[in-house]
Design a protein around this ligand. Structure first.
Ligand code: COA
Length: 535
């Protein structure tokens, strides 16, 4: 492979200006992250600690092997929603290593409304299980939850991917031989009782963990029986009488130790062998990404400059360098693993789509994972392009990506607009992971374009009725649409709604993708089968 020669002047005014603006964005991101990671209100945190309980993230720290990374997912889920009342959507999810095995950890944060579930909590929990299924990751549930957040019941209870999906997933995961372990460190009420009950192995903490289908108030209302929580479903009851739990722990630390011990007898399987090379750091400092990544999306960025700061040795075997340059395709290595990279360098033309589809075929035929680096405004529009069949060529790319059964990973480093989002493995195309940068944007089209479309539609409507839009009305409409797109198009809005797996610091991309590719080997890559390509 050849080394990418950077053309960036890291001392130049453009670079320094971009870097300063990016660092500001990053500061905001870090502050926001620190705030949500502090969990619920200080009073709720104090109450939790007074009970001798560890916080959700402290529990995870103790659970994973020392000096190994924990990749937290969607930390900013539900950000800006519910009046800020559900930091991280009240649940911490992520991938950690226990006794050398990668594990999906799902930990309720009881300091956030008693660890109850709103829509985003459920989406996050289900997404974590989906990742576990796709990558054959054992699951550990650190349970401390009052179940459904009752005022939101209509949004969380009955639908296909609502609360009931947790237990469905546990059964399916277990059936596939993917271990399910629960540690009951607090409440598991009503539906929540099925998390430990449906696990392969369950630990419960004395005087702290409870499991019941109906809590004491419900029992009293339904039967008149007066019973304490401990008598009804405490650790003694479940480890000695009911058998709903298997191990009694004296406290959080003891429970976590038992959980780690369980993993001593769980074998790690590697079903797909990627040919690995020794890890080599990029020749260019990844921190230089701050000076290069687009903040103003109108400014073109050469995606090879991004690739040079992401891949091992900045080495890149480019494919079709001279053809359709608005997309860059080629092979590289990340943390020693082979990867095919498809990165945007501008708008998608017909030939760009053909190049992309061809490259996807190369990757699937060689069983190489694909990394999509998105900065895409969409497909080209206009009479000549429609006549040349842009929709047909675009469809080939989308078809190839949809059917590519090697692991796909997507990082949005700029904009993600229109059908370009689909062709470049947006969420609907099932990348194993999709991450955003703090500066990235995502929406069906840019705000200005949307405003233009909607104003034209309105004008046509009024014209048909013999009226017209005043300048003032037009300005007002434009302003409203621009504002809406600015809010809804931001990475924060995306991550709050779980359209991605989290916002990441660009410098961490290599490390995160390295782990993502590593865990993809836990499952044999399926053989890709394409359908009908429209020719
Ligand atoms: N729905 C909505 N809100 C709930 C809730 C639920 N199921 N369970 C707890 N909360 C809220 C409380 O109103 C309180 O809100 P606030 O901070 O705004 O006052 C917060 O969560 C903490 O609850 P609190 O009871 O003060 O904390 P706790 O640590 O002493 O007890 C529980 C936590 C979960 C054990 C307890 O609240 C409980 O038993 N809740 C009911 C659980 C239940 O029956 N769920 C059935 C749903 S399927």
């Amino acid at each position: 492979m050849f080394r990418i020669e950077s053309k960036i002047d890291t001392k130049g005014a453009d670079f320094l200006r971009n870097q300063a603006a990016y660092l500001e964005l990053l500061d905001k991101y870090r502050e926001t992250l620190a705030t949500v990671k502090s969990g619920g209100s200080p009073q709720a945190v104090a109450k939790h600690k007074e009970r001798g309980k560890l916080l959700a993230r402290e529990r995870i720290d103790l659970l994973v092997d020392r000096n190994t990374p924990f990749i937290e997912l969607s930390a900013l889920a539900a950000y800006g929603m519910y009046d800020g009342g559900f930091p991280s959507a009240g649940v911490v999810t992520g991938i950690g290593v226990i006794h050398g095995k990668e594990v999906m950890i799902i930990a309720n944060d009881a300091t956030v409304k008693g660890g109850t579930y709103v829509k985003e909590t459920i989406k996050k929990h289900v997404r974590a299980q989906e990742i576990a299924m796709e990558n054959r990751l054992p699951c550990v549930y650190l349970v401390d939850s009052g179940g459904v957040f009752l005022p939101e019941q209509a949004n969380v209870f009955p639908d296909k991917y609502d609360f009931g999906r947790f237990f469905f997933n546990q059964a399916r995961l277990s059936a596939k031989g993917i271990p399910q372990v629960a540690v009951v460190m607090g409440s598991c009420t009503a539906g929540g009782a099925y998390v430990p009950a449906m696990s392969d192995e369950t630990i419960i903490v004395r005087n702290q963990g409870t499991i019941f289908i109906g809590g004491p108030p419900l029992v009293k209302a339904a039967t008149g029986q007066e019973v304490t929580a401990e008598e009804l479903g405490g650790a003694e009851v479940h480890t000695m009488i009911s058998g709903v739990a298997d191990h009694l722990a004296e406290n959080d630390v003891h429970a976590i130790q038992i959980c780690r011990n369980i993993f001593e007898s769980i074998k790690r399987h590697q079903y797909q062998d990627l040919e690995t090379h020794p890890i080599v750091e990029p020749c260019y400092n990844p921190e230089e990404l701050y000076g290069i990544l687009p903040i103003d999306l109108k400014k073109p960025v050469d995606s090879k400059e991004i690739i040079a700061r992401m891949v091992d040795g900045s080495l890149f075997h480019e494919f079709k360098e001279r053809y359709a340059p608005t997309i860059t395709t080629g092979f590289a290595r990340i943390m020693g693993y082979p990867v095919g990279i498809i990165a945007n360098n501008g708008v998608l033309f017909g030939e760009t789509a053909l190049k992309g589809a061809h490259f996807v075929e190369l990757c699937t035929s060689r069983n190489i994972p694909i990394l999509f680096l998105q900065n895409v405004t969409g497909f080209i529009v206009g009479k000549e392009y429609e006549r040349a069949g842009i929709a047909r060529d675009g469809a080939k790319f989308v078809h190839a990506v949809a059917n590519a059964d090697v692991p796909k990973f997507t990082v949005v480093f700029g904009g993600s607009f229109g059908a370009g989002n689909y062709a470049m493995a947006g969420r609907a195309y099932e990348p194993r992971f999709l991450f955003m940068y703090p500066s990235s944007k995502i929406s069906v089209m840019g705000g200005e374009q949307a405003a233009g479309v909607l104003i034209t539609v309105k004008e046509e409507q009024l014209k048909a009725a013999g009226k017209q839009l005043s300048d003032e009305e037009r300005d007002k409409l434009q302003e409203t649409i621009l504002k809406k797109y600015e809010v809804e198009g931001s990475a924060y809005f995306s991550t709050a709604h779980l359209w991605d797996d989290g916002i990441i610091d660009p410098v961490d991309t290599r490390k995160i993708l390295g782990l993502a590719i590593a865990i993809s080997q836990n499952k044999k890559y399926e053989k890709t089968q394409y359908g009908v390509f429209r020719m």
